[in-house]
Structures are given as C-alpha cells and as structure tokens.
Design a protein around this ligand. Sequence first.
Ligand code: NAD
Length: 335
Amino acid sequence: MIHSAVLIPGDGIGPEIAQVAQQAIQATGVQIQWQVGQAGAAQIPLCGSPLPPETIQMTRQAGVALKGPITTPIGTGFRSVNVVMRKELDLYANLRPARSFPGVPSRFDQVDLVVVRENTEGLYAGVEHMVGKDAAESIKILTRSGCQRILDYAFDYARRNGRKKVTAVHKANIMKCTDGLFLDIARQTAQNYPDIAFEEMIVDATCMRLVMNPADFDVMVMPNLYGDIVSDLCAGLVGGPGLAPSANIGKDMAIFEAVHGSAPQMAGKDLANPVALTLSGAMMLRHLGEMDAAARIERAIADMLAAGETTPDLGGSLGTRAFGDKLCQRIGKLV
Ligand code: NAD
C-alpha cells in the first residue's frame, strides 16, 4: 500500500533533521507519496503569511504530516505557526512520550512515561491584550468539551497501550474555576476506567516528584501550558531535547514533530540530533498501521544510542548526515 503524507521541513535545523527522518522511513521499505509543504518566516515575503494556505490544505487532504520545527519570534511578530496549525486543524491531543535509552547519559534510567497535553485551549488560545499601558492581560479558556475529549483521549490511550495509571496535573487550588473544571472532569472520567489507576497532582508538586522519582509516573494528562513545560522537563530527564518525539492528534488528522525547537544557532552546521524527529516519524508509521516498520526504526535508534554512535549533544562525534546514513544501514539490516 502507498500512503500519502506531507513533509513540512520547517526552518533552523528543521530541513536537516527532516531529511534524515524521511530517509529512515524510506529505509524501512514503507512507500509514502510525500508532498512538501512550506511554513515559517521565509514564506511571509512570498505569500504574506508564515503559514501558506496550501500547506494547511495539503495536510487536510493527506490527513498526516511530518513536520520540522519552526522559529517563532519572541515577544513580538507573528503568532506561532505551530499553535495556529494545531488550532486550525483541531489537533487537540499532543502526545509526548519520554523514555530512557540505555547508553544515553541521563540522570535516570527507568523512565517510561507519556505526557498528554491539551493542545488547543488554555493560555495558548492567544486571547491577550494590554490594559492601558502598564498592565497586560491573558485569558485562560478551558471548556467542558475540550477537557472531556483530552481526558477521554488520555484514558483511552492508557487502556490501548497497556498503561496502568493516569495522573491528572492541575493547579486547581489557585485556578479554581479553569483547572477546577479540568479536575472535576478528570475525576468523573476516571470512574469510567476502573482498570486504570487514577491520581491527581498539583503541577508544582508534579515537577518536584518528576525530578526526584520519574519512575512513579505513567500517563500524565494536563492543560496546555503545563503540558508544554512538563514535557520539556521530561525530555531533559531522559537525555535532552534531541530525543523527544511527539504527535499532535485530531479526529481525522495528525501531525508528528519533535518536542524541541528550531535551534537556529545550530542550523546548517550538520550538528543537530535527528533522533527526536525520526522517532516522531516512527510514531507516524504506527499511526498509519505500519507497526513493524515503526519498531525497526525505534530498534535501530536504540542500538545506535547504546553503541555510543551519536551526535555531539549526546557526547558522540557523528554529524547529522552521518548519523542518518548509519541509521538507514541498520534499519535495512533489521528484519
Ligand atoms: P530549542 O529546542 O530550539 O533549543 C533549546 C536547546 O536545545 C538549544 O541549546 C538547542 O541547541 C538544543 N537543541 C534543540 N534541538 C536539538 C537537536 N535536535 N539536537 C541538538 N540540540 C538541540 O528551543 P528554543 O531555543 O527555546 O527555541 C528556538 C526556536 O524554536 C524558537 O523560535 C521557538 O519558538 C521555536 N520552537 C518551535 C517548536 C516547534 O516548531 N514545534 C517547538 C519549540 C520551540
């Protein structure tokens, strides 16, 4: 079967690591008809927007995209292309697994958790403005339907993947209305899943426990901003930004991307670690039903990391391209 997918290379280190991810998928033998969609600041002079409508249209049609990171100006400038895409395509669940890899220097070696981040609401709704010239206001919006679908997703995911526990992360002691709504729905939803243990935890306590004993966690579900922060923390626990993949999932569509950003200072230097985006590619293959190919990519990456064949961020000496070449050879040899 030939699948259709969109490749959005992004900017910064995006194009270099997207090329490795694409080659790794090709090395599995799975056939994908790729269309390339552009996004990022370089598109503004060409079409007046960092997110050309054709890119959104292509993604809608294919239903699946693999996306490199995209730079967002800080404090000023256009709204994050990533946030706009997630909102526009209603990709409400952001799945961010964090898993220890033998051989990778990290503080812990027993981490195997998944952060499920609500992806379209909360403080990322982008409803903010100045109040006079000396105050600024940002409005946090959580809806019952938005909370319900992310909590259903988290519990379903736990059940489908043989996970044992879901932890709902919140700050309902302070944000009694918004996070209170999220927590209420979490408690109700938990009752529909008696086979999955349920735990609730305040976000600050969660961060402390994560850095002391991350093996306590299994599936974690939380509103948008906490999910963004906590998942980076989790990426740090297992060896850094170069290793953490993610999926943005909607009802009929999904975009797969690394948790990390565009690392502009590293762009074009053949130094970036392509593992996170390549693992995101494996998540995409699993989404397409190509379980064996996904497992081969993951296995080949784990073998390389265990053998110390890594990019400089993990202490190795391989460039991005050389890492990609070796990875493809290993994938080809795995049956
Ligand atoms: P970043 O993730 O780009 O970089 C943080 C640190 O991690 C840097 O030291 C960087 O060199 C390192 N790093 C990141 N990816 C790496 C890789 N693959 N290999 C080796 N080292 C890597 O975060 P930032 O500097 O805060 O953000 C840079 C830009 O990326 C910003 O414009 C931000 O808005 C954007 N961003 C985009 C996405 C996305 O497209 N999904 C996500 C996060 C940040």
